[in-house]
Design a protein around this ligand. Structure first.
Ligand SMILES: Nc1nc2c(ncn2[C@@H]2O[C@H](COP(=O)(O)OP(=O)(O)OP(=O)(O)O)[C@@H](O)[C@H]2O)c(=O)[nH]1
Ligand SMILES: [Mg+2]
Ligand SMILES: [Zn+2]
Length: 276
């Protein structure tokens, strides 16, 4: 029987076959093959003995959060408590694009901003939209449902950003644990501790534990450069220009002329050092 892993806690794998759930173990052979089943995996199970026998080839795979076969990643980005981090947002964007998954930015906690702060945020929103990325807020539930229709979507973002809260708003039945960040940080723990895939209406959505830092795994400088998708609209005299200290760089010009958001370029330079 073929199904999809929707939850993993310790060594217990919950596999959904049709509308039925089976709690399975994984065979030792996966350890030998140096592959572990992850949430989102399509697997073949032995119904009687409750074993995962086989993992089907993955369409794609994210390392953080760890999940396979997703169509879309919603980057849950809080604008206050925790404060807006364009650094983390750009890092997630690069990572998701590198993994050939469609990113969507979802801003949360806009209600905590002053009028002036909202105006500043609108400029940022306009920029990301201009470069071709979908941007929504966690208040736009109808729009979100339309964007996610028929897709497998993973939520990603900082701890306390409002991932579980959003799922609760999208579904009347689920009642996931959420926590004010002061309390969450005080306890020194993340509220959500495991990846779990839920079906809501006509889409699947995965809640994941938040994080506060992220690295670039196996991305090269070229991968990083290409993941800053708006850079591809410009042509530098040197084909392999990394837009650092090269002369006549079209990207640096575009930043100077305010065609490229300064924070995007600054983050790119920081990430380049990290990748190197
Ligand atoms: N003011 C305001 N608070 C929000 C909003 N969205 C979520 N929150 C609050 O933010 C806190 C953290 O939300 P969670 O949903 O637990 O955050 P999370 O991203 O799931 O956190 P982890 O599970 O630790 O990764 C909770 O107290 C929520 O009520 C929002 O749009 N506005
Ligand atoms: Mg959570
Ligand atoms: Zn350049």
């Amino acid at each position: 029987m073929e199904g999809q892993i929707v939850k993993i806690i310790s060594n217990l794998y919950t596999v959904k076959v049709g509308s039925e759930l089976f709690e399975c173990s994984a065979r030792g052979k996966f350890r030998e093959l140096k592959i572990s089943p992850i949430v989102g995996d399509i697997v073949v199970i032995n119904k009687e003995e409750k074993w995962i026998k086989e993992i089907k080839p993955r369409k794609n795979e994210l390392k953080r959060p760890i999940i396979a076969n997703v169509d879309m990643a919603l980057i849950i980005t809080s604008v206050k408590k925790p404060d807006l981090s364009l650094n983390l947002l750009d890092k997630l964007l690069s990572n998701i694009l590198f993994n050939k998954i469609e990113p969507v930015i979802c801003f949360t906690k806009i209600d905590l901003l002053t009028f002036k702060e909202k105006l500043a945020l609108n400029k940022i929103i306009a920029y990301y939209k201009k470069i071709g990325i979908k941007v929504v807020t966690n208040k736009e539930l109808k729009k979100l449902k339309k964007i996610m229709s028929k897709k497998i979507v993973v939520l990603t973002g900082q701890t306390g950003a409002g991932k579980s809260s959003l799922i609760n708003k999208l579904s009347k039945e689920l009642n996931l644990a959420t926590n004010p960040i002061s309390e969450a940080l005080g306890r020194g723990k993340h509220t959500t501790r495991h990846v779990e895939l839920f079906k809501i209406e006509d889409f699947y959505i995965a809640d994941t534990p938040g994080f506060s830092s992220l690295d670039f795994d196996n991305m090269t400088e070229i991968d990083l450069k290409e993941s800053f998708i708006e850079f591809n609209d410009y042509e530098c005299p040197f084909k392999d220009c990394l837009h650092e200290n090269e002369r006549d760089c079209a990207i640096k010009d575009a930043v100077r002329n305010k065609k490229i958001l300064k924070s995007r370029y600054d983050n790119y330079r920081k990430f380049l050092r990290e990748v190197k």
